[in-house]
Design a protein around this ligand. Structure first.
Ligand code: CA
Length: 440
């Protein structure tokens, strides 16, 4: 688990003035990585660090003096747009990079004068998926989501008996993960019709799923599990993740092997990767409700019990075309806390994923599963908010929604705040629904 050090000092201020705004997502205590270039340009993609409303361009910054010699190689990789190489480096290197970036950006830094010319306004850049994502695995750690969805299908037996023992997951698809801002084409698929004869048509039950994405740092060799004690060292950072889902396609296809085309048409991630080091002040004990079984030993450790959970606040916002036409702001659909929603920790997901010898690689993405809280209004999907479409959500202006309509924009937000600690945020993860492709 990442230790607290001087980079987390809430009193630290940066010479980048906008980052000292107490309400901002990207103060000097955060320092998330993203892959970017100037908007509309054909410049090479490179890695930058978000600081206030600016980005520190590491392609330009790397050429400036003042960086510690041992960090020249990782900085060169970042300058070349290769985050995976840094993700796969050892913990000491990742901690040293954060330390050097923090030192360079803080008030009084000798590097301030030369690095000031390496800043770009975030308003002037475009962002890509931050790293090469080789494989995507989607878990199901939201116990309130699993219970509510289970109730819709099995009112008498909502939570299957394996849930409290196995971090349930399935293999998703890496190639269709897109960065925030990418439009989402309404998928076409088989929908159950009368007499079990399906129809091929656009989904009528398009939904969002509020998730976190855990990006893997150093991988493991095939056949060599990652123990729970070492699992945190194999986590690089966290993004917001919207695992778009077509509920009607899902209902028809998911038995017996699980979801397929209802999920893999697109998943959106936020562009800025908040590192595990940045999240160090926002750890919480991992606790099970009274009476629930303790995890098997390979999923249990004193460190995981003491601080395995993440204390992150999440929100989902909806902006419909009618709201935009009327000049109305987006409406918040739900809010909640990861600490309350997740039944398994990120370290447990890593340990479980590799217990059979499966090899993870730097840049692999693990989805948390939909993070719904225990109370109404904390559901991370429309499936739950509308009880399977039976109770439409009322929106300002008289509109209602059972599921998403064309033109709807979903935006996820996330942040961490605690007394005595500097607030940090994840930025946003948004996507707008496009009409289905014309049939040919
Ligand atoms: Ca999911």
């Amino acid at each position: 688990m990442s230790a607290l050090n001087e980079t987390h000092d809430p009193a630290l201020r940066s010479w980048v003035a906008s980052s000292n705004d107490a309400a901002g997502d990207f103060p000097i205590q955060n320092l998330p990585y993203g892959r970017f270039r100037r908007a509309g340009s054909s410049e090479p993609w490179r890695i930058g660090v978000a600081i206030g409303d600016q980005v520190l361009d590491l392609r330009a910054a790397q050429a400036q003096p003042g960086w510690p010699t041992p960090l020249q190689a990782p900085l060169a990789a970042l300058a070349a747009g290769d985050l995976n190489r840094v993700m796969g480096s050892d913990k000491a290197t990742r901690v040293a990079l954060r330390g050097a970036l923090s030192a360079a950006l803080r008030e009084g830094s000798a590097q301030a004068a030369s690095l000031a010319a390496c800043l770009l306004p975030q308003a002037d850049i475009e962002l890509a998926v931050p790293c090469h994502i080789g494989d995507y695995t989607d878990f199901y750690t939201g116990i309130h989501h699993a219970t509510t969805v289970g109730k819709l299908f099995r009112p008498d037996n909502p939570l299957l008996p394996n849930y409290r023992w196995v971090p349930i997951g399935y293999h998703g698809r890496g190639s269709s993960i897109v960065v925030s801002g990418t439009p989402i084409r309404r998928p076409v698929g088989q929908l159950k019709g009368a007499d079990d004869r399906p129809l091929l048509m656009p989904t009528r039950r398009l939904d969002h799923e509020l998730e976190l994405g855990f990006l893997i740092g150093p991988g493991n060799s095939l056949g060599e599990p990652i123990g729970i004690a070492d699992a945190e060292n194999h986590l690089f950072g966290v993004t917001l993740l919207n695992d778009w889902s077509a509920r009607d396609i899902q209902a028809w296809e998911y038995q017996p092997l699980g979801p397929f085309l209802s999920k893999n048409f697109a998943s959106s991630i936020s562009p800025w990767v908040v590192t595990m080091e940045a999240l160090a002040p926002f750890r919480s004990p991992f606790v099970r409700p009274e009476g629930d079984p303790a995890p098997l030993p390979y999923l249990d450790s004193a460190a995981n019990r003491a601080a395995g959970a993440l204390d992150i606040q999440l929100e989902v916002w909806l902006h419909t075309p009618a709201m935009r036409r009327a000049g109305q702001p987006a409406v918040r659909l739900s809010q909640g806390s990861v600490r309350e929603a997740a039944y398994w920790t990120a370290a447990q997901l890593v340990a479980h994923h590799t217990i059979n010898g499966c090899n993870l690689q730097a840049g692999d993405l693990l989805g948390s599963g939909t993070l719904s809280g225990p109370r109404p209004g904390e559901a991370g999907s429309l499936l739950e908010l509308t009880l399977g479409g039976k109770q439409p959500v009322a929106l300002p202006g008289g509109e209602t929604r059972e599921f998403l309509q064309d033109g709807d924009m979903i935006t996820l937000r996330g942040w961490c705040e605690r007394p005595g600690v500097r607030r940090i945020g994840f930025g946003i993860c948004s996507g707008t629904v496009l009409p289905a492709a014309a049939a040919n």
